[in-house]
Write a protein that binds this ligand. Structure first.
Ligand SMILES: [Zn+2]
Length: 94
């Protein structure tokens, strides 16, 4: 079962293919099938299995300030930019 992570931690649920997914307490969506996971990726969701085990939701959620890519890590996986942690109100912490 694919595990997906929303690009925006404010997202609490999403509808895919007529099925409504709710985020769990780790910030992860457990998705029923590959088609739904692929559809969510097209919406900008991140597949957790690509990144290894998710153990701490507080570590989730960098949005690259340079290219907008939603990254698990401080260093953008797409362009290599080092990002500061974005708080939920949109300010940069640090
Ligand atoms: Zn980037």
């Amino acid at each position: 079962m694919p595990k997906m992570i929303a690009p925006d931690k404010g997202v609490k649920q999403t509808d895919v293919g007529g099925y409504r997914y709710n985020v769990n307490r780790q910030g992860v969506y457990n998705v029923e099938n590959r088609n739904h996971a692929d559809a969510m990726k097209r919406e900008g969701f991140i597949e957790a299995s690509m990144m290894g085990a998710v153990t701490n939701a507080e570590n989730i959620g960098y949005t690259c300030l340079a290219c907008g890519f939603g990254s698990f890590f401080k260093k953008c996986g797409k362009c290599g930019n080092e990002n500061e942690r974005l708080e939920t109100d949109g300010t940069v912490n640090g």
